[in-house]
Structures are given as C-alpha cells and as structure tokens.
Design a protein around this ligand. Structure first.
Ligand code: BT5
Length: 274
C-alpha cells in the first residue's frame, strides 16, 4: 500500500495517527496494545488475523485491507456492539458506491447481520469490534476507554484456500476489476468516522437503521438462528424483520417479535451460510 495515498486522511484532520506495517500478527492486537483516538493500523499481511470467538481470519499478502481503527470511546457499554453495525454499513455503502457500474458491473452488496458483508452469497468483509478500558495516554493523564474496530476486506485476491472457497470471495473475483485499496481505506474511514460521531451524539442507530435494513440480506424472509458455536440443537426458524435502533436483530416467531443480540446467536439462510 502507498502511504502517500493515505495521507489525505491526516491532512483532512480525520486521522490523528497512521501506521502501515508489512507483516503483523493482527492489527487488532497492535491497536489494543497502543490505542488512541483516531489511530489507524494497517498491514499488508497478518500472520494470525482473528475473527470473533477466536476464529481465524485469512489475511494473505498485499491483496486485502487488514486494518484496525482505534477511537476514543464516546458510548455507554450498551451502545458498543452498535459500532459493528455502524462499521458494516460504512463499508457496505462504500463498496456499493465503488462497483464499476460504468462498465455494467454492479453485483449487489449485502450485509449479513451483524458483521459480514457479502456479494453473491459469499463473504467479502468481516468486522471484529473490541473494547479496551482504562488506558492512560501519559504520566498523570486521565484513563481513557477505546474502541478498536477491526475490518478485513478481501479486495484483489483471485482465489481462496479450499476450506474457504465456497464461502469467501473478493471484489476482484466478483467483478474482474482490480481496485485501489488505498481509495477504499480513505472512503471507509471517512464514512465510519462520521457515522461514529453521529452515533456518539444521538446514542441511537435510528439515523442509519433504514439504510442498514435496505442492505440486509434475507430481510422479511425466513432465517435460521443457531448458537454461535454452531450447535444444531439450538436451531430456530423465524422471519427476519431487520435491526432496531440498538442494532439488535428483530425476528418474528409465532406472531411475536423477539430481539436477538449479537454474540450468542448466529444467523443463517434456510439453505446455508446466507
Ligand atoms: C469476522 O469474524 O468476520 C471478523 C474478521 C475481522 C478481520 C479483521 S482484519 C483486521 C483486524 N485484525 C484482526 O486480527 N481481525 C480484524 P467471524 O464472523 O468470526 O468470521 C470468521 C470466519 O470467516 C472464519 O471462521 C472463516 O470461516 C471465515 N473467514 C476467514 N478468513 C476469511 C476471509 N479472508 N474472507 C472471508 N471469510 C473468511
């Protein structure tokens, strides 16, 4: 990645610090060790990229965006899971905007609640939001809490290892077009920063609920709820009604609406991952 192409984010006052590494274990781990407000950590390769619940995130060299954005926490603990919703919408809207429509290529960009972006039923982006509490920024300074928003976007790779081939995809694989990763980073960070600030002020996701639900896969269709560990015994079929203003997924079952909170329950389509 060309650092010069990312410097606009600092010049425009959006970022405070920008770090670009060749190889790291996980950008989320770096950000958690040294968080700050509006600090962006990017890497060309992650050797142990992480998903949620200790799952692995494949982060091959120079073809993806593996980044963690550290922000000073301006939310109450209950509102923090909503940052994943904010980030997912920011990424989805930018990817949608960047599809090469002028050459007639415009696959649908969809969100799979809460943290996946999918194209043609396959995952192109995953988000891992973490929280770091009580870090001092210097001697005698006040302790601050930070949110680390880890974003992985598959951009220009042309294949995935066999175990991911049926569920992962890249922008290149879906469009045949090579994308400038720096441009995606700049646009996503700008939009995410602006949405995060609005969320911090309003303490509600009402302002983006409609846009999120418009991009949500399987809305008003039957979905299957499973335990996050894939435990089949907890399979429940219901109808997705989209998110509420806290980011919980509303589902309808036997005429009643229930709220599903991210973390314990995972959503599947009736016939597989979506
Ligand atoms: C996620 O977890 O989707 C969150 C991924 C976050 C990655 C970013 S990259 C920058 C930052 N640094 C990190 O270490 N992490 C963040 P989850 O919903 O648990 O999905 C994980 C699952 O996605 C795995 O179990 C695989 O099935 C699948 N997977 C792994 N690598 C993938 C890839 N590159 N593309 C699509 N799917 C992948």
């Amino acid at each position: 990645m060309d650092k010069d192409l990312l410097k606009g984010l600092k010049k425009e006052g959006i970022l405070d610090q920008l770090y670009l590494y060749d190889e790291v274990s996980s950008t989320n781990d770096l950000a958690k060790k040294d968080p700050g407000d509006r600090k962006l950590f990017l890497a060309e390769v992650q050797t142990t990229g992480r998903g949620r619940l200790g799952r692995n995130w494949k982060s091959p060299a120079e073809t993806g965006i593996w980044m963690s954005y550290s922000l000073k926490n301006i939310l109450s603990p209950d509102n923090i899971p909503g940052v994943t919703i904010v980030a997912a919408l920011a990424v989805a809207e930018i990817l949608e905007e960047m599809m090469p429509k002028e050459i007639g290529i415009s696959p649908e960009i969809k969100i799979k609640w809460p943290n996946d972006i999918v194209i043609n039923q396959k995952k192109v982006c995953g988000i891992l939001t973490e929280y770091v509490s009580g870090i001092g920024t210097g001697e005698g300074s006040e302790k601050e809490d930070y949110i680390i928003c880890g974003i992985g976007i598959n951009v220009n790779m042309s294949e995935f290892p066999e175990e991911l081939a049926d569920k992962a995809t890249s922008l290149f694989m879906e469009t045949g077009v090579t994308f400038l990763r720096e441009e995606i980073v700049c646009k996503v960070i700008k939009k995410l920063t602006s949405y995060y600030e609005t969320y911090g002020l309003l303490k509600s996701l009402d302002f983006l609920k409609k846009n999120y639900n418009d991009m949500l896969i399987n809305i008003n269709e039957e979905i299957v709820l499973v335990g996050e560990n894939g435990d089949d015994e907890r399979k429940v079929i219901c109808v997705s009604r989209g998110i509420d203003d806290t980011g919980a997924l509303l589902v309808e079952r036997e005429g009643k609406i229930e709220r599903i909170i991210a973390g314990e329950i995972s959503v599947r389509g009736l016939y597989g991952y979506v």
